[in-house]
Design a protein around this ligand. Structure first.
Ligand code: SMG
Ligand code: MG
Length: 367
């Protein structure tokens, strides 16, 4: 199956409500949708790089540059790479994991379609439905936060993650815990603290949190190891785990007791599977992180989260939490037990709505 052509779509989609983290506030979500045509089939991948380098150094602009000028030219007209080999094959390009992961996702979609299997089947997933939670951005006040959380609980979510930053940390978490003493609650700092400022978070240890996500620098592992020693609550690394190798460093250094796996951050689904297996062998639970994906990336996340060691609820909420209109015909709904059903059709198991794709395309590159 030869790779015939690739189209990159720069998408800009309005969010149902603004999403604020320690690094900024977003009202739209941008990303790059990658359409790969090969052997009469069409595969899609989602590159989750955002409009700005707040979460990661990668942006829509860098991803399009790296895909168009470096990653795609050597592939055109050649046999489709095996997705499990692609990360190694792309090693002449350093970094840019989100760009690589977007392309690799389309290769998985094509491989699974060609074999008539779902991505879940290809990965060896064991669950038909996966437990999910909701990630709640910073709100105007602790009272407003409690209100927003209450709305999500009413929708059926049983695990809540709140974003924190210096000055909006212990008080916010305490307010939510006081209002909802029994919910599964966790916090995410997105690297907003330092080893010196993080001890202000110590009172979180009394709030029965599932985990504290990425308190320190995005490129740090060592200081997280020092911090984990000070907390009873498990530290969970997100930004710092950019490859299976970094996952191993973190485990060997006791820098965390839980890992958030995002296929995009670690350079693709193959690396995500490898980290899953590594963590399983260390008895370290993992969960699937989210990047406000469209139906395409959400389908891939659900397939990934169906693997056995994804034992904590993922940031894979229902489509309506993010978008009034998505670019896939399929919308993912929350089941009554706070789960979402994993697609079981061949490939990603979703179909792209061309009219919606057109509507949200801010720019297009045909290769
Ligand atoms: O997809 O529900 C989602 C978002 C989950 O909080 C979420 N993601 O650090 O884990 C994280 C953030 C990164 C995205 S912020 C734009
Ligand atoms: Mg995070």
């Amino acid at each position: 199956m030869n790779l015939d052509s690739i189209i990159l779509y720069h998408l800009r989609m309005p969010l149902v409500s603004p999403f604020e983290t320690s690094f900024g506030r977003a009202t739209d979500r941008e990303c790059v949708l990658i359409e790969v045509r090969a052997g009469g089939l069409t595969g899609f991948g989602e590159c989750v790089a955002d409009s700005n380098p707040g979460y990661s150094y990668e942006t829509v602009g860098t991803a399009i540059h790296i895909l168009r000028d470096y990653l795609i030219p050597p592939l055109l007209g050649k046999p489709l790479p095996a997705p499990r080999d692609y990360f190694t094959l792309s090693s002449p390009v350093r970094g840019h994991h989100m760009a690589k992961a977007g392309l690799e996702m389309a290769f998985w979609d094509l491989l699974a379609q060609a074999e008539g299997k779902s991505l879940k089947a290809l990965f060896g997933g064991v669950r038909e439905r996966v437990e999910v939670g909701v990630s709640v951005g910073l709100q105007a006040s602790p009272a407003a936060l409690v209100n927003t959380v209450e709305g999500y609980l009413a929708q059926g979510y049983t695990r809540v993650k709140i974003k924190i930053k210096p000055g909006r940390d212990v008080e916010d978490a305490r307010a939510v815990r006081a209002a909802f003493p029994r919910i599964r609650l966790q916090v995410d700092a997105n690297s907003a603290f330092t080893l010196e400022s993080a001890p202000t978070l110590l009172p979180l240890d009394d709030l029965h949190l599932l985990l504290i996500e990425q308190p320190l620098f995005e490129d740090d592992i060592w200081d997280h190891a020092k911090l984990q020693g000070q907390f009873k609550t498990p530290i969970c690394l997100d930004e710092s785990i950019v490859s299976p190798r970094h996952a191993r460093y973190a485990l060997e250094m006791n820098a965390c007791r839980i890992i958030n796996i995002k296929q995009a951050r670690v350079g693709g689904l193959a690396n995500a599977l490898e980290i899953h297996d590594l963590c399983q062998s260390w008895d370290i639970p993992v969960w699937c992180g989210g990047m406000l994906e469209t139906g395409v990336g959400r389908a891939a996340n659900l397939a990934l989260a169906s693997l056995p060691n994804f034992t904590l609820p993922g940031d894979i909420s229902a489509t309506e939490r993010y978008y009034h209109k998505d670019i896939t015909h399929e919308r993912f709904a929350l089941n009554a037990d706070s789960t979402i059903t994993v697609p079981d059709q061949p490939g990603l198991g979703v179909t792209v709505n061309r009219a919606a794709l057109e509507k949200y395309t801010a720019g297009k590159v045909v290769l």
